[in-house]
Design a binder for this molecule. Structure first.
Ligand code: NAD
Length: 306
């Protein structure tokens, strides 16, 4: 079932917020010849976004990354003046700053003007999708689509269904991101940090803590993780580019909902270590297929189901 209808043949995609993420999403759409309306409230930011996008698409054209011509890609983008201009979009992705009250306002406004069939998505990193959905009269059609920065370069999008999201909406949003935007998707629970940040933010904080505790210099911590673990990026640079404030706001959001002291062993690892021997069992501990489970000591351990 194609539930992403473009009402009156209008645009498939609308983006609210023409900053780092919104612009990246719009660029990906334009590169793939997908019409996209961008709503940016700040006139200065809108002008910057316009020229940034032109530069980015010109560069993408030089690298052969456009589905059509440069003019076609530039023509895919329209600049909305108000939420009313997004009324006929099939999917709208909100990408305004991580401020709950502001996002609630945007969702309420979109709900008022958009077709009841429009799917409303948020790129939030830490605000529960269910909270945003509650600002609308269509909680079943609200879903999380968490892109990564820089959007044109990063393949992954986390698709987040809240307790109130309809299954067919989750499927449609997932298919849209995969087939129309060409991204890889994973599903994540509606929990602060989702999959990636819930793991990555504490990890970055550990690197910062190691530096703070005088374990090693920043350069040696970076060299250790790049050379010793094959990490693709140095950590001090990554922590800076992830912006400390966002890192800390994600941490603040993640910690109470996950309630796991990060340095302690996950329960299943402790059980494996004390009961059978860590090394032999670790590869199968997180597997899910029946065959793997049989191999994992005839299903004696149920850590993979946690
Ligand atoms: N930057 C990242 O690395 C990153 C990664 C993943 C997710 N996110 C999430 O994406 C969202 C956007 O982050 P960002 O880094 O792009 O922010 P940003 O500050 O770069 O851009 C946000 C833009 O939204 C505009 N805006 C504010 N209120 C608006 C409104 N009511 N209508 C239209 N435009 C409005 C602002 O003028 C600004 O240009 C946040 O929820 C953030 O947590 C960010």
């Amino acid at each position: 079932m194609n539930i992403i209808d473009c009402v009156n043949g209008a645009l498939e995609l609308g983006v609210v917020g023409g900053g780092t993420m919104g612009l990246g999403i719009a660029q990906v759409a334009a590169q793939r010849s997908l019409g996209c309306a961008v709503l940016e409230v700040d006139p200065g930011a809108r002008e910057r976004a316009r020229s940034q996008l032109t530069k980015a698409l010109t560069k993408a054209d030089e690298r052969g990354k456009l589905a059509g011509t440069l003019d076609e890609a530039l023509g895919c983008i329209t600049w909305a003046e108000s939420v009313k201009d997004l009324a006929d979009c099939g999917v709208i992705i909100e990408a305004i700053p991580e401020i709950k009250e502001a996002k609630l306002g945007v969702f309420a406004d979109l709900d008022e003007v958009c077709s009841p069939r429009t799917i409303l998505a948020s790129n939030t990193s830490s605000i529960p999708i269910a909270t945003l959905a509650a600002a609308t009269t269509r909680p079943g059609r609200v879903v999380g689509l968490h892109f990564f920065n820089p959007v044109p370069a990063m393949q992954l999008v986390e698709v987040v269904a809240s307790l109130t999201t309809d299954d067919d909406v989750t499927h449609a949003a997932e298919a849209f991101v995969r087939d129309r935007l060409g991204k890889q998707t994973i599903r994540a629970k509606d929990q602060a940090g989702f999959v990636v940040n819930a793991i990555f933010v504490p990890y970055l904080l550990s690197a910062i803590r190691s530096f703070d505790n005088g374990v090693a210099s920043a350069e040696d911590i970076d060299a250790g993780m790049v050379g010793g673990c094959g990490m693709p990026m140095v950590h001090s640079r990554c922590a800076t580019s992830s912006a400390s404030t966002r890192c800390f706001s994600s941490r603040t959001a993640c910690t109470p909902s996950i309630k796991t002291p990060q340095p302690s062993h996950p329960h299943c690892c402790a059980a494996m270590s004390t009961q059978v021997g860590w090394a032999r069992r670790q590869a199968v501990a997180f597997t899910t297929t029946p065959m793997d489970r049989r191999k994992a000591d005839h299903g004696r351990f149920d850590c993979h189901r946690r």
